[in-house]
Design a protein around this ligand. Structure first.
Ligand SMILES: [Zn+2]
Length: 265
């Protein structure tokens, strides 16, 4: 039976669920997406923020009975998160909670599309990682990446290539990974101190770095978070992997369509 369509969006959703209020990575500003898609698809449509969808998907995959609380951090072209407490996604007063991508970790850092400087997303997103590698190559650093580009312009360099180079043991790529995990570690340490979570899950395309990213982030959190919450938190990679966001979007439509999932979601 086709119940409807859950759409995960990398941006904020309005309180009525109809509009993508803004999505910096898509350069969308107040797009009235839900009614538009519902009319076109002739079915129920639910919009959900991508970070929240990923958190729900991870929770569903891990089994709600065994995991009531988690923070999911989505690492990709954009950076977002979903905060789940007692099986419930924290929405905030305006459904705007979960914007870790705009947590300011370096006030003297790069300008963000939101207007602030040094938001986490400007330092660890896919484009930010690629730009750091491009700048280092321009400055003359030796790296495997130069060979992989095989004469193409530096614009062809992607975060995925930097991740692959790190996995191949390239010094520059490993340095960029350490910087990236350092910034991520600042943000996670802030969350750990603020919320005392049981579990922090790292997911999205950057989880391609696997244990390299995980262990470097764990080290950064060890250095920065307070003793008590730091000892209890587990920082892990997503178990659900690539399907996490899709699972979460499906969970949203299931909740609306049939209450197959019990109260709380
Ligand atoms: Zn920002």
């Amino acid at each position: 039976m086709f119940l409807g369509c859950g759409i995960a969006v990398p941006g904020l959703i309005s309180a009525d669920g109809d509009t993508v209020t803004y999505a910096t990575t898509l350069a969308w500003d107040r797009v009235n997406l839900r009614p538009l898609l519902a009319a076109r698809l002739q079915t129920a449509v639910v919009l959900v923020d991508r970070g929240k969808a990923a958190a729900l998907g991870e929770l569903w995959y891990r089994g709600r009975a065994t995991q009531a609380d988690l923070i999911y951090i989505y690492l990709g072209t954009g950076v977002g998160d979903g905060l789940v407490f007692n099986n419930t996604v924290h929405e905030g007063a305006d459904r705007a909670a979960g914007e870790i991508g705009h947590m300011i970790v370096d006030p003297r850092g790069p300008l963000c599309k939101c207007g602030n400087h040094g938001c986490l997303e400007t330092l660890i997103s896919g484009p930010a990682v690629a730009m750091r590698a491009q700048a280092a190559i321009k400055a003359g650093r030796a790296t495997l990446l130069t060979h992989w580009l095989a004469g193409q312009s530096l614009d062809a360099l992607t975060a995925k290539m930097v991740a692959d180079a790190a996995l191949a043991g390239d010094d520059l790529a490993l340095e960029i990974l350490e910087q990236t995990a350092g910034y991520l570690g600042i943000a996670v340490a802030n969350l750990v101190n603020l919320l005392n979570p049981q579990l922090v899950v790292l997911g999205g395309p950057a989880s391609r770095w696997g244990n390299l990213l995980l262990e470097a982030t764990q080290r950064a959190v060890q250095q920065r978070a307070l003793d008590v919450p730091r000892r209890s938190v587990r920082i892990v990679l997503s178990q659900a992997g690539d399907v996490t966001v899709t699972l979460g979007a499906a969970a949203m439509i299931l909740r609306q369509a049939s209450q197959l999932l019990t109260a709380g979601w």
